[in-house]
Design a protein around this ligand. Sequence first.
Ligand SMILES: [Zn+2]
Length: 199
Amino acid sequence: MALRKILTMEHPVLRAKAKKVSRFDPWLERLVNDMRETMREAPGVGLAAPQIGESVRVLVAEYEEQQVALVNPEIVKASEEQELGTEGCLSIPGYVGDNVPRALAVTVKARDPKGKEIRIKADGWFARILQHEIDHLDGVLYIDYIDPKDVRPVSEDEMVDEGEVIERDPSGGGTTVEKHGRKAGGASKAGAQKAGGSR
Ligand SMILES: [Zn+2]
């Protein structure tokens, strides 16, 4: 396994549509292992292959007890209900974006690194992570969804370097991210807002 360099957003590979994987070979297994190691070292909760310069449809994500490596992932179902949240991205270091809309729940169809078909149902924070990572495979970044004024330097009480996606306000009723025994002291006001006001 090897740590790989995480590219930042000015790199064109992050804006390209990544290619589907057609061979489930040792190269793919190595790529997944490198991505996991790089994500954990960052540390982050998700990483997409284009972020390390490989323009293929592969992502890894780890959140609480959920750990996935997804090849050719596709969102086959998304809840109509959306939620606004604050996200960071390992490819946009030092910044976060507020009011990023995401479906509350998604079903993702993919293959595992051995080629076996899998289906994952996710909601809440894990659903947000998966949507963020799948977007990377299409050259989409969270900043594409929001007003430029909602992109801001990360404040001291947020843990942007803790993850691809940072914690939202615990008072928002969502799950809180706790990694390495640490917890964010404060979080964005955006976390408690709900799109559409349906709840
Ligand atoms: Zn990202």
